[in-house]
Design a protein around this ligand. Structure first.
Ligand SMILES: *Cc1c(COP(=O)(O)O)cnc(C)c1O
Length: 371
């Protein structure tokens, strides 16, 4: 048996007829960028997240970058974030000209440790970018309280967490902005690149709709502000709107599959299954276990055609591209330890119980072979 990290072709089969007919009409419409369907998707997406507005953009990276632009963050400013994330979180902050300040994680949730944030705040701090990693919501009660106390903006990086909830409220509806990615492998994935920003602020929404099209909504070629090209294709919006209707059901299947793994793996003392606090809904972009024998286990699984992954092997504060920030090994010890122990098992809505049993049996084999 071969167990892939995800199976998008199988997912397409579930929605094929609806998808094919929607795409046929789109091809015939001649409207391929933004447009009516894109506005419809924005409306539906905002409603799903529980935010007043959603603005479609070209990627999750752009969603972060444009949120920082809207807050006029730049040279001389500092932005607090986690080192345990995809590079885009840090590079968006650096690209805008600000300094990323990395705060270590809580080893149980893999998310930024809210109790360490205040120590990192300086006169220059403008915003906090919490990342809901693996679909696990950050402690938004604590983070929003800190932000309020120090008058900071919060940009939630929701790239891995579309539909996740903290205490009954959907992520992306807490901060000034929620930044989402629709990269194909994400919780809500397009058939190409895409992203969105959610906000409750009309002024911010208007600004984002303007700058994403080089500040020219009417195609008169007069540009009051320096903008960017970061639009969501109509095609992707049509695809996303169809998948959005299935998202809650698919997320429930992810949660169900995670519980299956919990039950299958809990007897293996050499691994730690994902912990989660009460009162949250994690949508399991990844099901990430910890073990001291990570590299050997990864190799063994690969030999058995089980495609596990490491997200991510090197924390951002130690990435070569951030060398000039002068972080040292040991500055974020929990992130560094996690990076050496994490392994994400195949989990996607269409995963079958026999595939999960095979994964669990091979992990069992690996550790008993060792004894
Ligand atoms: C994927 C991802 C991004 C970037 O999204 P793109 O659409 O690939 O640009 C940002 N942050 C996190 C945590 C991600 O997983």
């Amino acid at each position: 048996m071969k167990v892939p990290p995800l199976n998008l072709a199988k997912e397409y089969q579930e929605i094929k007829s609806e998808m094919d007919s929607a795409l046929q009409s789109l091809y015939q419409s001649g409207q391929y960028i933004l447009g009516r369907e894109e506005q419809e998707f924005e409306k539906n997406f905002a409603a799903k997240i529980g935010a007043k507005f959603a603005i479609g953009v070209a990627s999750g990276t752009d969603a972060l970058y444009l949120s920082l632009m809207a807050l006029e963050i730049g040279a001389g400013d500092e932005v607090i974030t986690t080192p345990h994330t995809y590079i885009a979180t840090g590079s968006a902050i650096a690209h805008i000209g600000a300094k990323p300040v990395f705060v270590d994680i809580d080893p149980d949730t893999f998310n930024i440790n809210p109790d360490l944030i205040e120590k990192a705040i300086t006169q220059k701090t403008k915003a906090i970018v919490p990342v809901h990693i693996y679909g696990m919501p950050c402690d938004m009660t604590k983070i929003m309280a800190i932000a309020k106390k120090h008058k900071l903006d919060v940009i939630e990086d929701c790239a891995q967490a579309t539909g996740a909830e903290w205490q009954g409220k959907t992520v992306g509806s807490f901060g000034t902005f929620g930044a989402f990615s629709f990269y194909p492998t994400k919780i809500l994935g397009a058939y190409g690149d895409g992203g969105a920003i959610t906000t409750n602020d009309q002024k911010h929404a208007d600004y984002l709709k303007l700058v994403r099209v080089h500040s020219d909504l009417t195609k008169e070629y007069i540009h009051k502000k320096i903008g960017v090209n970061s639009r969501l294709d109509t095609l992707q919006a049509v695809i996303l709107d169809i998948k959005l209707k299935r998202m809650s059901e698919w997320n429930e299947k992810r949660i169900h599959a995670a519980k299956n793994y919990d039950a299958m793996l809990k007897e293996i003392s050499e691994i730690q299954v994902p912990k989660r606090p009460s009162g949250i809904k994690q949508v399991f972009h990844q099901y990430t276990i910890r073990t001291k024998k990570r590299d050997e286990l990864l190799k063994f699984l690969k030999q058995n055609e089980i495609y596990a992954g490491i997200y991510y092997p090197l924390p951002l504060h130690l990435q070569p591209c951030f060398e000039q920030l002068q972080y040292k090994k040991g500055s974020c010890p929990e992130s560094e330890k996690a990076a050496g122990e994490i392994i994400s098992l195949p989990l996607f809505p269409q995963i079958q119980p026999d595939e999960q049993k095979f994964v669990a049996a091979k992990i069992q084999d690996f550790f008993s072979r060792d004894k």
